[in-house]
Ligand binder design. Structure first.
Ligand code: NAG
Length: 229
């Protein structure tokens, strides 16, 4: 009798779970229910089971990367923490630190970065560190592991980093701050845009150049601009 009940319960569990691509698997009962798929390992951020032709193989992402919960086979199922999730009740594998990297893979704060030079970051590949720089005008955010607007990065002094401070904002009749563009002497492509005292360095789309007479990007053929540097 008990046998039949547990079979029924198992069937229910299977039919309820087939909608989702990945599901939690406990180590001891890994059964491939689909021909090719991935299963997340319960309690782990970076371990998973890969099923190929109903054959289960236990795998772990490279140190510093997490399993992507909604990944669809055969996409590579590991990604940097900025693109994959590790839940509060899950833990990653024991970190394999090297002299320069706290994980084998990932993007980390660089010791070369300062509050006024916040575009620098460190990329680790197999425990080897490479010093990198965000695109112009962007600051590395150690909390998200990505390049971000400097005003969104607490460890960055945006004004000093950009070398530009917005003049006090002006407001329309509804109390909404005006957005104002500022040209940069010697640059035809870049300009500063101020949104309520927050400055961001922007780049005109390709084929456009910044026209300081109208303070916006215009068709490149319609603006005379000589790049100084
Ligand atoms: C600032 O420049 C951008 C890019 O050309 C433009 O879309 C925007 O309208 C400009 N803003 C103002 C207030 O001129």
């Amino acid at each position: 009798m008990f046998f039949f009940i547990s079979i029924a319960a198992a069937l229910c569990a299977i039919s309820g779970a087939t909608q989702i691509q990945t599901q939690d698997a406990a180590l001891e009962d890994i059964v491939c229910k689909e021909y090719n798929t991935y299963y997340k390992i319960k309690g782990s951020c970076d371990s998973y089971v890969e099923c190929t032709a109903y054959k289960a193989t236990y795998k772990t992402c490279p140190d510093g990367m997490y399993f992507i919960r909604d990944v669809v086979w055969p996409t590579y199922p590991c990604a940097y923490p900025s693109d994959a999730q590790c839940d509060d009740d899950d833990t990653p594998q024991q970190a394999i630190a090297s002299q320069d990297c706290k994980n084998q893979y990932g993007f980390f704060a660089s010791p070369l970065a300062t509050r006024s030079d916040c575009g620098k970051y460190r990329m680790c590949v197999a425990g080897k560190a490479f010093e990198m720089e965000c695109s112009m005008g962007l600051a590395f955010n150690p909390e998200t592991g990505r390049c971000d607007w400097p005003d969104l990065v607490p460890s960055c002094n945006a004004d000093e980093f950009l070398g530009f401070k917005c003049p006090p904002a002006t407001y329309d009749e509804f109390g909404k701050a005006y957005v104002v563009n500022f040209s940069i002497p010697g640059s035809c492509h870049y300009f500063f845009s101020c949104m309520e005292n927050v400055a961001r360095l922007l780049l005109c789309d390709s084929g456009f150049l910044f026209d300081s007479t109208v303070n916006r990007c215009v068709d490149a053929t319609r603006v005379e601009c000589h790049e100084g540097r």
